[in-house]
Design a protein around this ligand. Structure first.
Ligand SMILES: CC(C)(COP(=O)(O)OP(=O)(O)OC[C@H]1O[C@@H](n2cnc3c(N)ncnc32)[C@H](O)[C@@H]1OP(=O)(O)O)[C@@H](O)C(=O)NCCC(=O)NCCS
Length: 182
């Protein structure tokens, strides 16, 4: 797989040099509010995560999100597919823009659109879904903009920071994505 380019954003393989930045982001409570991360993470934890990537199926390796910065590129987040089912041709997707100064500027939606293109046109998936906490309004809005439909609600399925929250299931089918591109 080669680098996936959009207008302002690109998706590329995660490198060892990214790990320090990821470590900072996944310890930021504002970033992790919407993520299934509960405990402080050490650099050693994060390096262990990176080492573990070597044994993941190639299609489920995470993708770093870079945005254009002058003549070069700047790391702003990461993303990836998991739980791919090759019989049903379905998979789940996750995304994090870790650099908060890039929130609400359309980068998450653009990165998600690139991930959908990758999922449908390269991985040949038929259904791409995600789970999002009901309180995570920014994420929900961004997924709606990228073409996801609301599919279901798991009531009080997560407990985070002293309160239960519902988990929403959202998805895009290949037929919907094709129709949206016409
Ligand atoms: C969720 C995330 C990927 C979205 O990326 P982003 O680049 O910030 O999103 P975008 O700018 O593309 O779109 C955000 C939309 O939500 C809207 N929004 C922001 N805060 C909102 C709120 N409190 N209520 C409703 N809408 C809100 C923005 O106005 C924008 O919509 P608009 O373009 O119609 O104005 C990113 O914020 C992120 O990674 N957050 C931290 C980790 C996380 O929560 N990941 C998702 C786990 S499921």
């Amino acid at each position: 797989m080669s680098i996936i380019y959009g207008d302002r954003v690109r998706l590329r393989a995660v490198e060892r040099k990214d790990v320090e930045q990821f470590h900072e982001w996944i310890n930021d409570p504002e970033v992790t509010a919407g993520l299934a991360l509960y405990l402080p993470m050490s650099m050693r934890d994060e390096e262990g995560w990176f080492e573990g990537l070597a044994s993941r199926p190639p299609q489920e390796k995470p993708l770093a999100i870079d945005c254009r910065a002058g003549e070069g590129w700047k790391l702003i987040g990461n993303s990836g597919f998991f739980d791919l089912d090759h019989t049903a041709r379905s998979g789940e997707i996750g995304i994090m823009i870790g650099d908060k100064s890039y929130w609400n500027r359309g980068y998450g939606t653009e990165a998600m659109s690139l991930l959908l293109r990758h999922g449908f046109e390269t991985l040949n998936l038929n259904r791409i879904s995600l789970r999002v906490y009901a309180r995570n309004l920014r994420a929900i809005r961004s997924y709606e903009k990228a073409g996801f439909s609301h599919e279901g609600r798991l009531r009080e399925a997560v407990y985070k920071r002293g309160a239960y929250d519902d988990v929403l299931i959202m998805s895009v089918l290949r037929s919907e994505w094709d129709a949206g591109r016409k």
